[in-house]
Design a protein around this ligand. Structure first.
Ligand SMILES: O=C(O)c1ccccc1NCC(=O)[C@H](O)[C@H](O)COP(=O)(O)O
Length: 214
């Protein structure tokens, strides 16, 4: 029986990544609009890439503490299906973004210890989905995409009344164990399917999705 695990491949930078991720079986594709990321896409490149994404595969726009002017331009330039808020956006800001743009919002909650897990309850009341990621290491220049995992036992057996994705340091070798331990039905990966920062690898994407669904 095919597994129903849904995979988000985050930070595609090359138009050729789209068919490779689709053939591999991705359910969501993430476009990164954080300027300091090696996975950053400008609006023109993202709009071009978005046109080749089949209906039914979620196009996710990732921003970090973006203001309304930035989101206005983004949402009118690129046909997105979801907004991923990957900064320190408050629950009130999540609600505001949902109302203003009419797009489902994926709010990221960074985990490094048990106290962080309670944040999922707060954001779960306002966001459409939660992306449970590792907190960035000290001194990192970006809040995500750092190839760092958190202790999956912190959320083992936890359930929330909102769809959620597991992220942080996942790769083809550890994704099956991460799913087994946490019970995640959706997983997200950036670094773990790359040959170099920002360069996606078709074989790694295929292996990741195969192993997630094995
Ligand atoms: O990927 C980035 O460079 C990035 C920069 C700024 C904010 C978020 C970013 N990535 C977000 C993602 O959704 C990643 O897939 C997630 O953090 C997991 O990353 P990784 O550990 O590299 O798989």
């Amino acid at each position: 029986m095919p597994s129903d695990i849904r995979v988000k491949i985050c930070g595609l930078t090359d138009p050729a990544d789209i068919p490779a991720a689709i053939v591999a079986g991705a359910s969501y594709l993430g476009f990164n609009f954080f300027p300091k990321s090696p996975r950053y896409l400008d609006l023109e490149a993202a709009a071009f890439m978005a046109t080749s994404v089949p209906v039914g595969v979620g196009k996710v726009g990732l921003t970090v503490d973006a203001d309304d002017a930035t989101l206005d331009l983004l949402t009118t330039s690129v046909p997105l299906d979801f907004l991923q808020l990957h900064g320190k956006e408050s629950p009130a800001r999540v609600s505001e973004v949902k109302a203003r743009y009419g797009l489902p919002v994926i709010k990221v909650v960074g985990i490094s210890g048990p106290e962080d897990v309670t944040q999922i309850d707060f954001y779960g009341k306002v966001a459409d989905q939660i992306l449970v990621d590792a907190k960035p290491p000290k001194g990192a220049d970006r809040p995500g995409g750092n190839a760092v995992a958190f202790d999956w036992k912190l959320i083992a057996g936890r359930r929330w009344p909102v769809p959620w994705m597991l992220a942080g340091g996942l790769n083809p070798d550890n994704v099956a164990e991460a799913i087994r331990l946490t019970g995640a039905r959706q997983v997200d990966v950036a670094s773990g399917v790359e040959s170099a920062p920002g360069v996606k690898d078709a074989d790694l994407m295929r292996a990741f999705i195969e192993n997630a669904r094995a």
